[in-house]
Ligand binder design. Structure first.
Ligand code: ZN
Ligand code: FE
Length: 222
């Protein structure tokens, strides 16, 4: 199962676990407290952390979570970015197995938002940090537009059913821009209604899917 932990203003820390055991992994913990209270409530043990890029809102919780879970806690992250606590560096195009998950993790290099940004593809679920958002993409802080276009194109090669777990709830603001670009995109108009409903219920608009994003995300349609 994959559940969202809300953090900071609009971040999601995704928690991954399997029903066969009590171990959990979290992606991009921008703060520790929300993670600690969630794993404690659910009776889970924190088994590792996956990091997509170096920004503080994705990494600030690492050291406190290492203290909480023990200093040998595996922290997977980008090899080409300076991040305290990362002890399993990856640069892209690697495949590895998380100790307490059955599935293989594929690491994908997706530079653009930052220059060493990586994504994790785990059995139909994509954790893409701040590269691909629902109906948008990350700001170009370090990379070039060309790199971002390359990264987004790589992600469109994943199956249409792949679920997209990005790190921020930016969807509604992104839709405003997308509708300015494509005012007659009926899939986008329908999606806006659904997103408004979800948010009113206090639910995330995520995960999206690669197939849906191909229909509604202007950055996959350029
Ligand atoms: Zn970022
Ligand atoms: Fe971020």
């Amino acid at each position: 199962s994959i559940i969202p932990i809300k953090a900071l203003d609009d971040n999601y820390i995704w928690l991954i676990n399997e029903t066969e055991n009590n171990f959990a992994y979290v992606v991009d913990p921008g703060e520790a407290n929300a993670v600690i209270s969630t794993v404690t409530q659910l009776g889970l043990n924190l088994a590792g952390i996956l990091i997509t890029h170096h920004h503080w809102d994705h990494t600030q919780g690492i050291s406190e979570l290492q203290d909480f879970a023990g200093n040998n806690l595996p922290v997977y992250g980008p090899a080409h970015e300076q991040i305290n606590g990362v002890n399993r560096p990856f640069s892209g195009n690697e495949h590895f197995k998380l100790e307490f998950l059955n599935d293989i993790v594929d690491v994908i290099a997706i530079p653009g938002h930052t220059s060493g940004h990586i994504g994790y593809h785990i059995q139909g679920a994509l954790f893409c940090g701040d590269t691909l958002f629902s109906v948008g993409c990350g700001r170009l802080f370090e990379g070039t537009a060309k790199q971002m276009l390359y990264s987004l194109t790589e992600l469109t090669k994943l199956a249409d059913t792949t679920k997209v777990y990005c790190a921020h709830e930016y969807t509604l603001a992104n839709i405003k821009f997308a509708l300015a670009v494509e005012p007659n995109n009926q899939a986008l108009i329908d999606y806006q209604q659904w997103v408004i409903q979800q948010l009113e219920l206090g639910l995330p608009s995520l995960p999206s899917t690669i197939g849906l994003e191909k229909d509604i995300n202007p950055f996959l349609r350029c």
